[in-house]
Design a protein around this ligand. Structure first.
Ligand code: SAH
Length: 223
């Protein structure tokens, strides 16, 4: 893929002014973390959506990215990132569900090292190439079933899951450092998903708090 400087900066409906307007919307919806807003205003979301959608890419909406998957709504990306940034340390972070790689790019601007796992080969390849072209050198992309986490780089200070399982996979809890946090949408049915934050308090204990209702594609695989 070849992306020019102009593509990255964007013109017209993809310009910095259009991006700044999205940041105002996110603030109005309750996003407070200025680091999250700063990084999100710099990520060229129009390059992560289908070209046919690029003029709408700074609306606060999710869009199809092919293969029955979606790029998450900016508000949800901001909210999950804000919750993740409450972790004490962000040296080594795991994302499950690379998808368009937009959330990965946002995290890449905020954490030291990011590992991201995608189960669909085509999306994995696209995400890997786009992140490389945009110059992210602290993100490692992996192809596989992320319900098993990514053992090679574990343990993690924080984990973000961007597809919804019925229950939190135990492999992911095991790959979290003591004191680490996981941000994950959980729920069997789309209408009943809740964003949860799990904090691992010791080798065998953890606590879970519920946040807003969300709508994610299912986390496949596992068991
Ligand atoms: N973070 C993404 C959201 C993509 S939607 C973004 O910013 O665009 C969720 C993604 O999770 C899809 O690409 C889907 O293929 C992927 N996924 C679902 N189950 C998975 C699994 N077990 N392991 C890894 N990826 C998975």
């Amino acid at each position: 893929m070849s992306i020019s400087k102009l593509d990255i900066q964007g013109v017209g409906m993809t310009s910095q002014r259009t991006r700044d307007r999205l940041m105002e919307r996110l603030k109005a919806k309750g996003i407070k973390n200025s680091e999250v807003l700063r990084v999100m205003s710099l990520v060229p979301r129009h390059l992560f959506v289908d070209e046919a959608m690029s003029s709408r890419s700074y609306e606060d909406s999710s869009f199809p990215i092919g293969h029955g998957q979606t790029i998450s709504q900016p508000y949800i990306v901001a909210r999950m990132t804000e919750l993740l940034l409450e972790s004490d340390s962000l040296e080594n972070v795991l994302e499950v569900g690379t998808g368009s790689a937009y959330q990965a790019a946002v995290l890449g601007g905020l954490v030291k090292n990011l590992h991201t796992v995608e189960v669909i080969p085509e999306l994995y390849r696209q995400g890997r190439d786009l992140l490389y072209t945009l110059g992210y050198r602290n993100i490692r992309t992996h192809l596989g079933d992320g319900s098993w986490g990514w053992q090679d780089a574990a343990p993690y200070d924080a984990i973000m899951v961007t597809a919804a399982p019925d229950e939190i996979p135990s492999a992911l809890i095991e790959q979290l450092k003591i004191g680490g946090r996981m941000i994950i949408p959980v729920g069997a049915q789309k209408s009943e998903q809740k964003l949860q934050v799990l904090t691992r308090s010791s080798e065998s204990n953890y606590s879970v708090t519920d946040h807003e209702s969300v709508l994610f594609v299912p986390l496949v695989g596992g068991n």
